[in-house]
Design a protein around this ligand. Structure first.
Ligand code: HEC
Length: 397
């Protein structure tokens, strides 16, 4: 469906652009807040509690943050909310175009749970909105009073959410749903908490009333959550390019561990902005990342074929037959698959030259990450995967 692809391209492009704007603005303001210094006396007397100088793009900038608010309402006053809203809206549009319209191709894996497309879409939507409801309830409970307790809750919640998704949907569909849930929580924080708090503050300034510090404190908590969720979210959004993550038998745990490591790395930057450098955080974060990589890829990188597979040389004919039987329904100049009408990612495996050209990737996707054939639609067996691995070993010797 070429028109759908163009529509998806536009939505994806837009989603990335506004996502960059949202996260960029959010990182900038956190950096700003953490770098404010006590201003000179004349500014303090004006009600400014922190100021900062910067040079950028050929000019000097002087930024001031008021303790409460300015005496009169400035015009125009910039809000920074459409970045979040448009990222969420375009993300939901993209999710619907790729995973809901294409549920049978991308969202459902009959080996995980044999859902109908309608069921899968309903589960997906309930998953996202149910998750937001649980998070919102937790934020309003006594749990939110302790930062440590709430952090433990968030990790447990994320673990459960990841485990649940991988038991409902295809591996990629599961990862993207965890990402959509986190993104929705973040956009929800802006819509349900940060904005209402700011509206009250602005109204108070306009009506020359006092500002209740509780409005700002509630918004601050949510923006701290958003801050720590940013790096895990970005990992999930790009994880679709890395089958070794979402295709792992404990893919939910890979997601959780990566997220914890990345939130920890974010912590380093938050401390650094405040003037404390803790390089040990970055070092332990990197070690954590290495440990995940070792755990995920250690057993599978040794692709020694097992003894049940013959040690005889694998012939070109054997491989061509395997590819013919398991791959060319999709990976062909004329695919016959019911869903994929053009060769996915341009990978065509009709001729021996093409098979050789793609050999390293074939080996990787068939015998290491094992996510080809797609959702194992053509029922490739473990022995056949071993044969591909053996042929590849033999071809590079
Ligand atoms: C049901 C359709 C289908 C079948 C059958 C199938 N694939 Fe794929 N293949 C896809 C799709 C869809 C993608 C794109 C996935 C993505 O975006 O990562 C893909 C991607 C790939 C890639 C990734 C190319 C790249 O640049 O990263 C390789 C390699 C591949 N397939 C090899 C195979 C091999 C080898 C077989 C047979 C053993 C096979 N596929 C069977 C649908 C299929």
């Amino acid at each position: 469906m070429p028109w759908l692809d163009w529509f998806t391209l536009a939505a994806r492009w837009f989603h990335v652009v506004v996502g960059v704007a949202w996260i960029g603005a959010s990182f900038y303001f956190i950096w700003l807040d953490n770098n404010l210094k006590t201003p000179p006396k004349w500014k303090l007397e004006k009600g400014i509690k922190g100021d900062l100088w910067a040079v950028h793009g050929g000019g000097f900038y002087e930024i001031a943050k008021y303790q409460y608010g300015p005496e009169t309402m400035p015009e125009p006053l910039h809000w920074f909310k459409w970045e979040a809203y448009s990222t969420w809206l375009s993300g939901m549009l993209l999710l619907s175009l790729v995973y809901y319209l294409g549920a049978s191709a991308y969202l459902i894996d009959p080996n995980v749970m044999p859902l109908t497309p309608t069921q899968a879409v309903i589960y997906g939507v309930v998953y996202i909105f149910g998750g937001i409801a649980i998070y919102e309830a937790a934020c309003r409970s006594p749990l939110a009073k302790s930062a440590i307790l709430f952090a433990i809750f968030l990790v447990a919640f994320l673990t459960f959410a990841a485990w649940l998704a991988t038991n409902l949907f295809s591996a990629r569909g599961a990862y993207i749903h965890v990402g959509a849930l986190i993104g929705s929580i973040m956009a929800g924080n802006v819509f349900l908490n940060i904005m209402p708090g700011q509206r009250k503050m602005v109204a108070a300034v306009a009506n020359k009333q006092d500002i209740d510090p509780a409005w700002g404190a509630g918004a601050k908590l949510r923006s701290v959550h958003n801050n720590y969720l940013t790096l895990p979210l970005l990992f999930i959004m790009i994880s679709n390019h890395y089958p070794m993550t979402y295709q792992h038998p404990q893919n939910w745990l890979v997601l959780v561990l990566m997220s914890v490591v990345l939130a920890w790395v974010r912590h380093y930057f938050n401390l650094k902005h405040q003037g404390t450098k803790q390089p040990l955080i970055l070092v332990t974060g990197f070690i954590g990342f290495l440990c995940i990589a070792l755990w995920v890829s250690w057993p599978s990188t040794s692709t020694n074929a097992d003894a049940s597979v013959s040690t005889k040389a694998i012939t070109q004919q054997q491989i061509q037959q395997l590819i013919e039987q398991h791959c060319v329904t999709c990976h062909s100049a004329q695919p016959t698959d019911d869903v994929f009408k053009v060769a996915p990612l341009g990978v065509k495996l009709d001729s021996w030259a093409e098979i050789q050209q793609w050999a390293p990737k074939i080996m990787n996707r068939v015998s290491v990450t094992k996510d080809m054939p797609f959702l194992n639609k053509t029922n490739m067996t473990e022995t056949e995967r071993q044969l591909i691995a053996q042929w590849y070993q033999q071809s590079i010797q």
